[in-house]
Design a binder for this molecule. Structure first.
Ligand code: HEC
Ligand code: HEC
Length: 360
């Protein structure tokens, strides 16, 4: 359950850059329709290999089973739950924000998805706002146990809670707006099956004024396409990769126009800063477009190895702000990693950087 949501995001955005980055409800409806139309294409592109992901968990799907709420669950529902687990744990790594870290710096799995990593936002007026990733387990009071499917879907895709209060777009909902219906439903189905954890997440530091609206959904046309010709044998893989990277990679690797709002003209060009918890070091993402300031000289296999191992081209470990490697995005299927790498490798190059994760 949310306590406080977005504070004057629209207000600060307007102050900072004078852009209409906040949608009205009416505008949101329009862009949703567009997103749904795009998603239809994406569904086709992701069908097949992706749907087989997480097959371990779907073992015995032919049998009728019972989920934790006691409902009789069909084979289709079990497949959706397995897909949801794969998306949440590996592809989108929701736990990077929603599972707290233990004293050893590793995710505390006794509080799986129970919140909270907090994010410190420097505000245009010089103050810092602390925003906490919520408890998204099915706990009735602390989590989202009482939310309907539609409310959880709205949370993921539109960034509004069960009381229609907007979230900060540190939660990448502007990008998740472009995920297809089946994938969002899969995540909802899976979230209903995880243990409810009674973990209280601290309130955000600033209360939202009444009537604050959520950040606008990204549009499909905001997301760059591969430079490959549609006749290229790798084109289909790159387009599948584009769909996955929109949810998994673009937010961190794209600079902002204002707090939480991506500058898609610089998509994947890096330089976005993250500061998890007020006392943490500020991490900067690298340019992953194939420019000399980015990944020029890397092969598709180099990028796959980087996702798998959370390492750079010379196999040195990346900083702890990068969510790749085993336990997170490195647990994607080889097929999905290769699709993402094919897309990243063939993006339009953008000169920006180079950046170092933590300034020396
Ligand atoms: C970069 C960090 C980050 C990632 C990644 C992230 N979230 Fe969030 N999420 C947040 C924050 C922060 C909030 C609370 C925002 C606020 O309070 O304004 C939140 C809120 C939510 C809420 C609303 C919960 C409530 O009680 O209000 C849901 C549902 C949610 N996230 C689901 C997800 C799912 C599913 C994923 C992965 C597909 C995900 N999140 C990925 C940071 C993140
Ligand atoms: C939570 C934020 C975050 C997300 C999400 C994220 N990255 Fe990164 N990534 C970083 C940061 C920060 C670095 C810099 C690490 C360093 O320099 O040590 C980085 C580094 C990299 C590098 C190494 C670049 C180099 O020059 O050595 C590659 C490749 C990369 N990311 C690709 C991806 C891909 C592909 C995805 C999606 C599957 C992704 N990243 C998702 C934050 C993120």
């Amino acid at each position: 359950m949310k306590k406080f949501g977005l504070i004057g995001m629209c207000l600060t955005t307007a102050l900072a850059v004078g852009l209409g980055a906040c949608s009205s409800k009416a505008a949101t409806t329009t862009s949703d329709d567009a997103a749904t139309a795009d998603a239809a294409t994406d569904t086709d592109a992701t069908a097949g290999t992706d749907a087989t992901a997480g097959t371990d968990a779907t073992a015995g799907t032919d049998a009728i089973a019972t989920d934790m709420s006691g409902d009789v669950t069909s084979a289709a529902k079990l497949a959706s739950i397995a897909r949801g687990k794969y998306l949440i744990d590996a592809v989108f790594a929701c736990g990077v924000c929603h599972t707290p870290k233990g004293t050893d710096g590793k995710p505390d799995m006794t509080k799986y998805l129970a919140g909270s990593t907090s994010y410190a936002f420097p505000m245009p007026d010089g103050t810092t706002n602390i925003v906490n990733a919520e408890n998204i387990t099915p706990h009735a009071e602390q989590g989202i146990g009482t939310w309907t499917d539609a409310q959880i879907t709205n949370g993921i895709r539109k960034g509004v809670d069960d009381q229609d209060v907007a979230f900060w777009p540190i939660m990448p909902y502007p990008e998740y707006a472009l995920l297809n219906d089946a994938d969002v439903q899969a995540m909802v189905d899976y979230l209903r099956t995880i243990p409810a954890v009674d973990n209280v997440v601290p309130a955000d530091t600033v209360e939202p004024p009444a009537g604050v609206l959520e950040a606008a959904s990204a549009k499909d046309s905001d997301i760059p396409h591969t430079t490959l010709a549609s006749t290229d044998p790798l084109f289909a893989a790159a387009e599948r990769g584009r769909y996955l990277a929109t949810g998994a990679c673009i937010q961190c690797h794209t600079p902002e126009v204002s707090p939480g709002i991506a500058n898609f003209k610089m998509a994947y060009a890096g330089g976005r800063q993250h500061k998890a918890t007020a006392d943490a070091k500020t991490a900067t993402s690298t340019n992953i477009t194939p420019d000399a300031t980015g990944l020029a000289g890397w092969t598709i296999a180099d990028i796959v190895a980087s996702i798998k191992g959370n390492t750079d081209k010379a196999k040195n470990p990346l900083c702890d702000a990068s969510p790749m490697g085993h336990g997170w995005m490195g647990d994607m299927t080889d097929g999905d990693m290769t699709d993402i790498a094919t897309y990243i490798h063939t993006l339009p190059p953008i000169k920006n950087g180079p950046f170092t994760c933590y300034a020396k």
